[in-house]
Write a protein that binds this ligand. Structure first.
Ligand code: IDP
Ligand code: MG
Length: 150
């Protein structure tokens, strides 16, 4: 099923100049970036985005980390892309993430795991509209769609 996922390159990805490498992986897979912007997340937005973790001991560190500098927020589109992107991102703890995944290849610490991706269609819907307005999401076709999809 054609899906959209919310993906965010966290401050460490921006600071380490890894944005291009990470974005290239999604493009090379055949996925389509339909929205993208740089922003500095407010504490309020960070708390809302990570509300499911509000009672966890790492919550305040997580909010501090994600608000520490600019992030790149994206909406990525593709067939079954929510679960595919989660596989490409790898385990939450980069020490356990398989090599070949973004976290497995570029990170070492759970508290600096460089990327966020929606974990279900419900989260994707919620997260996309926390960060983007409808008119910021571009629907456009690609000339090679017949080479990506049967
Ligand atoms: P996910 O990003 O793989 O979906 P979640 O369990 O939803 O992982 O946690 C959200 C984010 O909170 C993680 O990406 C990571 O930045 C942070 N986090 C999760 N667990 C820990 C922890 O045990 N220590 C520090 N940070 C954590
Ligand atoms: Mg999560």
């Amino acid at each position: 099923m054609m899906e959209k996922s919310f993906v965010m390159l966290k401050p460490d990805t921006v600071q380490r100049r890894l944005m291009g490498k990470v974005i290239s992986r999604f493009e090379e897979k055949g996925l389509q970036i339909v929205a993208a912007k740089m922003l500095h997340i407010s504490p309020e937005l960070a708390q809302e985005h990570y509300q499911e973790h509000s009672a966890k001991p790492f919550f305040s560190n997580l909010v501090d980390y994600i608000t520490s500098s600019a992030v790149m927020a994206m909406v990525i589109k593709g067939d079954d892309c929510i679960s595919i992107i989660r596989k490409m991102v790898g385990a939450t703890n980069p020490k356990e993430a398989d090599l070949g995944t973004v976290r497995g290849d570029y990170a070492l610490d759970t508290g600096r795991n460089i990327i966020h991706a929606s974990d279900s269609p419900q989260s994707a819907q919620r997260e996309i509209y926390l960060f983007f307005q409808d008119d910021e999401i571009c629907d456009y076709s690609m000339p090679d769609e017949d080479l990506i999809y049967e």
